[in-house]
Every structure is written in structure tokens, then in C-alpha cells.
Design a protein around this ligand. Structure first.
Ligand code: NCD
Length: 306
């Protein structure tokens, strides 16, 4: 039995197989429409979510399976003091696979250690968000045609943004990628990531001003300031509108640069940018469904032939 806690749980070759499966699902949805008949996915979300939970549910429904779950810790027995370890033992009796989001780093890992069904980390605190990374990689692979040879700028809350941490972890395994970290000083990328890049001799730079580096980027990954992970409101208010990507700034960017965003967007991308063909963050959401379908099939060990 296999869980998904971090994007590194899959080798580069396994990721490639997963993306090929996602491509085939996109091209032939009918072929997969009954693949998970009789299977149940449990979505256990102890933290707010729109895309991740609903895209998992849509993915399972597209595969002909069913979903159960909760979307709020207060409506589960966590509110009565039940531990994640106990909850997953219960869920293991009801479902075939579980996607779990939790505000505490490592909670899905604890669940996995007690679970008799595959557990997918759907985001744990400021730590990792592997299925968003799968979504990001599939989007880049589909729209850029490759997962190597590019300069990617990651902009916004690089300190608390778990999607950023997971994506960097995954990208360092591909050739010739350079990173540009764009953040206010208070929200810089964690030191352990910088150390990892240094160790692997991967080029990176850290800047504060987006305009200075926009012309160099092949991919711009925008993120919101993670309000819920701040200790005080004042700091959040001061930093929340630090970056606002608008039409004018987009004039500095390459013709074929793509803008990704894990969403939700708050103010960091002005809505006027949405019509720019380089803004692909809504397409990215659709790729998220295909890749989660591929992931469910893979972790459940279901192969669809013909
Ligand atoms: C992200 C998350 O939950 O970390 N959202 C998502 O799953 N697409 C990003 C965010 O909340 O900013």
C-alpha cells in the first residue's frame, strides 16, 4: 500500500507515468468513467478548501466512484477531542482511500502510519501540498511541453506557502531549472530550502521587486499571503498587498511566459490580467482534476485497459 505525503514519494519516472495517464484521461474520459465503481474516497478536511477537496471529489465521481467526508473539523469528532490516529482507523473501515488536509504539519503522516487505506496529504500546515504540485507540474508539462530548461519566479508568501515548498522540492529533480524568489523580506523562502539548493548547486536568486526580474521569467508562480499562518493581524495587513500583478507589469514579461497560481487569489493578481493568454491559473484548475484522477487510480492499483 502506498501513500502520498510529499512529491518526492514518486520517482521522476513514476511522475512521468502519472502524467501520461492524466493525458490519456483528458483525451479519453469515457474510458475511465467506470474505473472506480464501488470505490469510496473519504475527504477529511480539518482546514478550509474549495479546489483541493472539490477536485478530489470530482475526480472520484468522474471515475464512477463515491465520496464521503467532512469539510470542517468542527463537524467531525475532532471537535470532541478525537485524535487523527483514531479518526483514520475509523475512516479505514468506511472508505478505500483518504485525502486529508490538516493545519498541523505532519498530521497526514501520522494518519498514514495508522491507516489500512492509502492516505493522500492534501496540505499540512505550511509544510507540503503534493497534489497541488502534481497539478502545477502537469500544467507546466502540458503548456510548456517540458519540465526542464526554464527560469521560474515564485512570488509572494514564500515563507508560509506550502505549495511553493512542495513545488521547489519536486522541480529540483529536473535539469537546468533556475529559481527566482520574489518576496518581502519578512516572507522569504525558508533557510532549509536555500541550503538544499546550495547543496545541489542549483541556481537561485532572491529579490524584492517583481518588475526587476519579470523579463527573465519563463514561468511566474504567484501566491497569496497566507493570512491564517500569521501571528498578528498588523503584519498581515502591512504585507498583504505587497505584490499586485497588473496589465502594465505584464508588458515587461516574455510573450510566452505563463502565470500559475494555486488559488485562491486575493489581490496579488489584478482581474484585468485574467484575459491575458499568459494567465493560465484557471486552466491549471482543470489539470488538477485530471492529475487527481490519475493519482486515485495509481494509489488504488487500478489499471484501465482499452
Ligand atoms: C493552496 C493551499 O491550500 O495551500 N490552495 C490550494 O490548495 N489550491 C494555496 C493557498 O491557500 O494559498
Amino acid at each position: 500500500m502506498r501513500h502520498l505525503m510529499s512529491p518526492l514519494d514518486f520517482s521522476v519516472e513514476e511522475l512521468d507515468e502519472l502524467f501520461q495517464l492524466a493525458d490519456d484521461i483528458q483525451a479519453n474520459p469515457a474510458k475511465y468513467a467506470h474505473a472506480c465503481e464501488g470505490k469510496k474516497l473519504a475527504t477529511c478536511f480539518y482546514e478550509p478548501s474549495t479546489r483541493t477537496r472539490l477536485s478530489f471529489e470530482a475526480a472520484m465521481i468522474n471515475l464512477g466512484g463515491n465520496v464521503i467526508g467532512f469539510s470542517d473539523a468542527n463537524s467531525s469528532s475532532a471537535a470532541k477531542g478525537e485524535s487523527v490516529s483514531d479518526t483514520i482507523r475509523i475512516i479505514s473501515c468506511y472508505a478505500d482511500i483518504c485525502a486529508m488536509r490538516h493545519p498541523k504539519e505532519g498530521a497526514p503522516m501520522v494518519a498514514a502510519s495508522k491507516s489500512s487505506i492509502p492516505v493522500i496529504n492534501a496540505g499540512d500546515g505550511g509544510h507540503q501540498h503534493p497534489t497541488q504540485t502534481l497539478t502545477d507540474l502537469l500544467t507546466i508539462r502540458s503548456l510548456k511541453g517540458r519540465l526542464n530548461n526554464f527560469t521560474i519566479g515564485l512570488c509572494g508568501d514564500l515563507k508560509f506557502g506550502r505549495t511553493v515548498h512542495s513545488l521547489i522540492n519536486a522541480l529540483v529533480r529536473y535539469d537546468n531549472i533556475s529559481f527566482v524568489f520574489i518576496s518581502p523580506d519578512e516572507l522569504r523562502i525558508p533557510e532549509y530550502i536555500i541550503e538544499m539548493l546550495k547543496e545541489k548547486n542549483i541556481p537561485y536568486s532572491e529579490v524584492t521587486k517583481l518588475e526587476d526580474v519579470l523579463p527573465d521569467l519563463d514561468i511566474l508562480y504567484m501566491t497569496r499571503v497566507q493570512k491564517e499562518r500569521f501571528f498578528n493581524e498588523e503584519d498581515y495587513v502591512r504585507l498583504k498587498d505587497f505584490y499586485i500583478l497588473n496589465k502594465e507589469k505584464m508588458e515587461l514579461a516574455k510573450e510566452d511566459m505563463i502565470i500559475l497560481h494555486p488559488l485562491p487569489r486575493v489581490n496579488e493578481i489584478s482581474v484585468e490580467v485574467d484575459d491575458d493568454p499568459r494567465a493560465v491559473y484557471f486552466k491549471q484548475v482543470q489539470y488538477g482534476v485530471y492529475v487527481r484522477m490519475a493519482l486515485l487510480l495509481t494509489l488504488l492499483g487500478i489499471k484501465v485497459t482499452a
